[in-house]
Ligand binder design. Structure first.
Ligand SMILES: N[C@@H](CCC(=O)N[C@@H](CS)C(=O)NCC(=O)O)C(=O)O
Length: 579
């Protein structure tokens, strides 16, 4: 095993280790937070260019297989937004999350929007930036060898091959993703009209979470200009001057930003796609120069020096036995006014939606009444303009609480738990709360695998039972829904997701194994019996997973089965079922 490598001189004052990658916007938001709070930390680089995030040793720390992860003594926290909120609770200096529950929910909605942007961004980035760089600097064999040092999962290796082959997206998909990224930017532009910050009138975590992503639009050839997005440009320029933002921009990213102002990347993408024999002499010469240049740019990321080393690197481990003191969340939410508490609650829901059910369970646990507006997911009504005006993510559920609109089931749950204090479902302790949020993040990490299975096993039978087939899609889907969603529904009805999932999603067979590996993590059972005395919102998804893929849980995972069984004893679970 190679030696653990740290990029910066470790600073041990607080026992913090950040598992980091210089070009990662998700890790950068943690670095910005640490600097804003005046904290020091040590760094362990996880080299994404060699798929080191799939290294089994790292997966033990972060089962989602992403950077960043933070170790605080022996505590391990993953998911950037969970990390930053934990830091805000434990190190309350320079608070970045607001105390007011509604402002807090708004910050979290921006974070949720960023997660949606990230899905589109990720594939475009692999197509337009990572792919050309990997293709230019390595042969396919070298790229696969580098990946194999961290993973033997066939789906991961197939992904690496697609990245190298510049085959992550079709041209049509590229246009769709680009379009969706612009739409997000339009939403931010509108919000910043006449204001300097996204929420309230000061810097909050909304800025820290969004700016690192927005800044990277340029990397996927979507430059943000003052002509088209003047407010976003002003906001970016202003924030980029803050020391925490300025010092966390890695030299490589600064170089890529400069490069993105030139036509080099689109040229590379085009030229690398040409068969070698068709490349002109001048193209070959320019490719050789580019290769030297990118070799230098990527050197700090481990691409070149590690690609041939042939051994997994050891990953620096959290310090066992170093337990930071238990910290009750230092946040003291202002009690809401009686008028706020009396506001009616409307839930935008779909009977089979596990996330809708998550909120139904919570409302029942708290003894709250609500009215339901059903959004027919089976007819893609959640992607229609009417609903997108409520929730630009196009996902269920959302709630209306008086004149406040909230989307994303996790933050809705936290908001309701903050406002209505009866039967609290989130713990007071900052680290336990972080653990609840990590489980929810793990669950969110199964969405891409879960989604095709959900359409195949839940939506399809329902539509077939109603006598509907692929030929009816144009008639039943509301006006204004993007054609790609109609195509998705047609594939659902034809049952062809199994063989032809959209390129950007993994297919159901790998869905099944990933779901298994995620829900089957030994930690799940430990946690569910030892840490959680309350029915967590995540329970609704576990029970749905069991129902749709019975082979996933019952025989293989007795602890999960016991956990589901215990949760099922809560009256709220039965009462929340709508199917
Ligand atoms: N929701 C996660 C997302 C983390 C994430 O996507 N990290 C990227 C770097 S910004 C990553 O590790 N990518 C590796 C991959 O896509 O396989 C978080 O906020 O921590």
């Amino acid at each position: 095993m190679g030696e653990p490598r740290t990029a910066f001189k470790p600073d041990d004052r607080h026992g913090l280790i950040l598992y980091d990658y210089a070009g990662s916007p998700c890790a950068r938001r943690v670095r910005i937070t640490l600097i804003e709070k005046g904290l020091g930390w040590g760094t362990q680089v996880i080299d994404l260019s060699c798929l080191e995030q799939r290294n089994p040793e790292y997966l033990k720390l972060n089962p989602n297989g992403f950077v960043p992860t933070l170790a605080h003594g022996e505590r391990v926290i993953y998911e950037s937004n969970v990390i930053t909120e934990y830091l805000d609770d434990v190190f309350p200096q320079q608070r970045l999350y607001p105390d007011d529950p509604w402002e807090l929910a708004q910050v979290k909605m921006w974070q949720s929007a960023e997660l949606a942007m990230a899905k589109d961004y990720r594939t475009l980035m692999y197509q337009r930036l990572m792919g050309p760089i990997v293709r230019l600097t390595r042969t396919l064999d070298e790229a696969l060898a580098a990946a194999r040092r961290s993973t033997t999962d066939a789906a991961d290796l197939a992904w690496e091959e697609r990245v190298w082959g510049l085959n992550v997206l079709t041209d049509e998909e590229e246009r769709q993703y680009e379009d969706r990224l612009w739409k997000w930017l339009d939403v931010i532009e509108q919000q910043l009209d006449g204001r300097d910050y996204l929420v309230g009138n000061r810097l909050t975590q909304a800025e820290v979470s969004l700016l690192p992503r927005v800044m990277m639009y340029a990397f996927v050839q979507q430059p943000i200009t003052a002509e088209r997005h003047p407010n976003v440009r002003r906001w970016m320029d202003h924030l980029s001057r803050r020391p925490s933002f300025a010092t966390t921009l890695s030299p490589q990213d600064a170089g890529l930003l400069r490069l993105s102002r030139t036509p080099v990347m689109p040229w590379l993408q085009r030229t690398l796609r040409k068969p070698e024999v068709e490349r002109t002499w001048s193209e070959r010469l320019r490719l050789a120069v580019a290769k030297r240049f990118f070799g230098r740019v990527t050197a700090g990321r481990g691409v070149t020096e590690d690609a041939h080393a042939g051994q997994p690197r050891a990953i620096l481990q959290p310090r066992n036995g170093t337990v930071p003191p238990a910290v009750l969340s230092t946040r003291a939410p202002r009690p809401p006014s009686p008028e706020t508490l009396a506001q009616p609650i409307t839930l935008y829901d779909y009977p089979h939606s596990p996330h809708g059910r998550r909120i139904r369970i919570l409302l029942l646990e708290k003894g709250l009444r609500w009215q339901t507006v059903d959004i027919d997911m089976g007819r893609m009504a959640h992607k229609a303009p009417d609903y997108l005006a409520v929730n630009p993510n196009g996902e269920l559920p959302a709630i209306r609480h008086g004149d406040r609109v909230l989307y994303d089931s996790q933050l809705i749950a936290e908001y309701l738990d903050h406002i209505y204090r009866a039967n609290p479902l989130y713990p007071d302790d900052a680290y336990l709360t972080a653990q609840v949020r990590m489980w929810l993040a793990l669950e969110a990490g199964t969405h891409k695998e879960f989604r095709p299975l959900f359409y195949l096993h839940v939506i399809r039978p329902e539509l077939l039972q109603a006598g509907l087939g692929a030929a009816d899609v144009d008639r039943i889907v509301p006006a204004g829904v993007h054609p790609s969603f109609k195509e998705w529904l047609r594939d659902t009805l034809n049952g062809t997701h199994v063989s032809t999932p959209p390129k950007s999603w993994r297919g159901p067979s790998s869905s099944r194994s990933s779901m298994c590996s995620k829900t089957g993590s030994p930690a799940v059972s430990t946690w569910s019996v030892s840490v959680s005395p309350w029915p967590t919102p995540a329970g609704s998804r576990a029970s749905t997973a069991c129902r749709h893929s019975a082979s996933l849980c019952h025989e293989r995972y007795p602890n999960i089965q016991r956990w589901c069984g215990r949760a099922a004893e809560r009256p709220s679970l039965a009462a929340s079922a709508r199917n």
